[in-house]
Design a protein around this ligand. Structure first.
Ligand code: BGP
Length: 478
């Protein structure tokens, strides 16, 4: 018998702007990623306030899921997916984010996607906002810094809740909401980049603006959860955190304290608000020391209390180390860099690989919150080679996933209530950090390349059959 629950949600995860393409089709408006050019590991993407004729914008076609969703969902079904995580592009439903009435063509696209999933017995897991602020809201009110975004977001939530009720049960409010605690979050999630053109790594950062914008997102998240609980009791509402597991580099108490401080603000702060319903005590000193003061409207605190989530979800790719010693070697990683751990290997993109860190992290999360936990992103970004016979032998990806599933299994045995696992980019898609296609995560290869060319044909990699067996055995055949 499997250690995983019998209704464990095995599946895969994607995001609209990295997957769909059709960026201006059927009335869709531009979002922040639609204004971003491609980049590489060495050269950052650029955000452009106006479109540049000779630049390549990877989200514009992406892998054209918009026109391939049937074939793609059929492939997910063939792997045995129980669950498919995707996001609804806000600008497909409200092209500027500010309209009073939704765009019917956008709504009906997601009708088709959801119905296609359900016809294969696949449970949709919808991220309401995955790294894609409507660009018109950037221009209007500097993204989430403008409090009016809460109302616009709520109109979006009301619309999609009502439309997809009875078909979608699982919702996540904001993807990796804690990215807003870092300067990186300005482009990724907060949209506080009004008028800026230039590398995504050099957008001016004002922590006061950033944390105020993040406060508005936290309020919006709580409001969406409260609405769902009041009106749609069958909905299960989750948060979503980018978890960067950190270890003290040494047993020097200064390393340990620094690590605790960074773990709190990076990994725990947002979920402490979203799960426990209030700003944690440690945040006050941190804000004071940085000269940040959050403006709260009357009622915000009550709202945060009333809008706590039903389950906790997170992405897990890497771990890193923290020390007070500035001479130690560094590594890159998801959204942030950190110190190199001598016990771990890194991927080609410099992300440290740490399966045991997943077990540790699942235990830490469950100890803290005691609500069901789901791993909604995990995976290895790597280059794949198509053999002359058309096959793709991605044993490195299988090794990565196998070790992580093994450690997730250990966490279940440790007593953690794990409800599902949706590895990232189950089908190759555009990289969020670099805009590349070469950094592939999928079990399904897509013939699309960094220069924007490619037939868009889909092919199964070896990991496809491996994952099919994992799901068929409910995680017992690894
Ligand atoms: C997460 C994002 C995803 C995804 C993933 C992999 O932070 O939620 O959107 O892209 O990381 O990152 P990348 O595409 O940069 O390799």
């Amino acid at each position: 018998m499997s250690v995983f629950k019998k209704d464990f949600l095995w599946g895969g995860a994607t995001a609209a702007n990295q997957l769909e393409g059709a960026w201006n089709v059927d009335g869709k408006g531009p979002s922040v990623p639609d204004m971003c050019t491609n980049g590489t590991h060495e050269t950052p993407k650029r955000v452009t306030a106006e479109f540049e004729a000779d630049a390549l914008y990877p989200s514009h076609e992406a892998i054209d899921f918009y026109h391939h969703y049937r074939e793609d969902i059929a492939l997910f079904a063939e792997m045995g997916f129980k669950c498919f995580r995707f996001s609804i592009a806000w600008t497909r439903i409200f092209p500027t984010g500010m309209e009073e009435t939704p765009n019917e063509a956008g709504l009906s696209f997601y009708d088709r996607v959801i119905d296609e999933c359900l016809s294969h017995g696949i449970e949709p897991l919808v991220t309401i906002s995955h790294y894609e602020m409507p660009y018109a809201l950037v221009e209007k009110c500097n993204g989430w810094y403008g409090r009016e975004c809460i109302d616009h977001f709520m109109r979006f939530c009301e619309t999609i809740f009502e439309r997809y009720r009875g078909r979608v049960r699982y919702w996540l409010t904001f993807n990796e909401i804690n990215s807003g605690t870092l300067p990186h979050g300005v482009v990724l999630s907060l949209g506080t980049l009004k008028g800026y053109t230039g590398p995504t790594t050099e957008v001016p950062d004002e922590p006061q603006v950033r944390f105020q914008a993040l406060h508005h997102q936290l309020v919006a998240s709580a409001k969406a959860v409260r609405l769902a609980h009041q009106k749609y009791p069958e909905f299960k509402m989750g948060n979503m955190i980018c978890f960067i597991t950190m270890y003290p580099y040494s047993c020097n108490p200064d390393d340990v304290l620094k690590c605790q401080r960074e773990m709190r603000m990076m990994n725990w702060f947002c979920s402490d608000v979203q799960v426990r319903g209030s700003y944690p005590a440690y945040a006050k000193r941190w804000f004071d020391e940085k000269g940040i003061s959050i403006h709260m409207e009357p009622g915000d605190e009550a709202l945060l209390k009333e809008g706590t989530v039903d389950f906790y979800t997170f992405s897990y790719y890497v771990s890193n180390c923290v020390s007070v010693d500035p001479s130690l070697a560094r590594v890159e990683g998801n959204i942030m860099s950190g110190l190199k751990n001598p016990y771990l290997e890194t991927s080609e993109w410099g992300w440290q690989i740490d399966p045991k860190g997943l077990r540790y992290t699942l235990n830490e999360i469950y100890d803290r919150y005691q609500i069901p936990v789901m791993v909604v992103e995990n995976g290895l970004g790597a280059r794949d080679v198509i053999e002359p016979d058309g096959s793709i032998h991605d044993d490195y990806r299988v090794d990565y996933l196998r070790e992580h599933v093994r450690q997730m299994r250990e966490a279940v045995l440790d007593g953690v209530d794990v409800m599902g696992y949706t590895p990232w980019g189950c089908i190759d898609l555009v990289s969020a950090s670099t805009g590349e296609m070469a950094k592939r995560y999928g079990m399904i290869y897509v013939e699309k390349y960094d220069d924007g060319t490619g037939s868009l044909a889909r092919r199964k990699k070896d990991s496809f059959e491996w994952y099919r067996r994992v799901i068929a055995s409910n995680g017992e055949t690894l």
